[in-house]
Design a binder for this molecule. Structure first.
Ligand SMILES: *[C@@H]1O[C@H](CO)[C@@H](O)[C@H](O)[C@H]1NC(C)=O
Length: 222
């Protein structure tokens, strides 16, 4: 190992530098999540239930005919992951019904491990995501569209995006994500509501405003 050629090292570095933005492929037909509160094993997903004990109910759920839990900003989330469909464990997919009150905003956020497909079922949403120019990360471009019932919009994995109800009444969408656990980074509360807090000095430099303005914004996230 001590005498590896530089080219060999370069190839090894290349092979191991590929980022996996998608869930790994499963090694079995299914791995229904075991409902074992005493499990102390942490794996990439949940530990599997004995396949002999698996039934069709492990692959099904109900209740997406109604809105879910308030998630702030007038948005309610009714999410389906391995907690609701145990058989979804390791399959690299999840979904959510999202309901928007009039004027609601799903504030800028990203899902670090998932691409997201929005299907608008009712109402009118403005959905947009932002990319950075690879040659100049301070140059950003917004891709935004106003969508009505039946329209679909895709958010590339990890990119910052938002959804705003710009119609007159309520709106509803169904969103699918190609990860069992896509993660959510909600930018305003991450920056202004973290524990412990990011210092006023750092945020005032980042946003090019005085510290009083930062404190005012931070007070809204307390
Ligand atoms: C939604 O579906 C559930 C379960 O299938 C059912 O019990 C409930 O009555 C339905 N609610 C509405 C408002 O349709």
């Amino acid at each position: 190992m001590a005498f590896l050629l530089p080219t060999t090292l370069a190839i090894i570095a290349l092979v191991f530098s590929f980022a996996h933005a998608f869930d790994p492929s499963p090694l079995q037909d299914f791995c229904v999540a075991a409902n074992d509160p005493k499990a102390t094993v942490f794996v990439n997903g949940r530990v599997c239930k004995d396949p002999k004990l698996v039934t069709e109910d492990d692959f099904s759920t109900s209740g997406l005919n109604v809105s879910g839990n308030p998630a702030g900003g007038g948005v309610s989330l009714n999410t389906v992951g391995a907690d609701r469909i145990a058989g979804l464990n390791t399959l690299g997919i999840s979904m959510a019904r999202v309901d928007y009150e009039s004027g609601a905003l799903a504030a800028p956020h990203s899902h670090p491990r998932g691409t997201e497909l929005h299907l608008v079922l009712e109402g009118t949403l403005e959905i947009g995501f932002i990319t950075a120019d690879p040659s100049n990360p301070t140059k950003n471009r917004l891709y935004a569209k106003t969508l009505n019932a039946g329209d679909v919009f895709v958010i590339p994995p990890g990119l910052l995006h938002y959804q705003a109800n710009v119609g007159k009444g309520k709106a509803t969408s169904f969103n699918s994500l190609n990860s069992q656990n896509p993660g959510t980074l909600l930018v305003p509360s991450q920056l202004f509501g973290s524990v412990p807090t990011i210092s006023d000095d750092i945020l005032s430099k980042a946003f090019r405003v005085d510290k009083e303005t930062i404190q005012l914004i931070r007070s809204k996230f307390a």
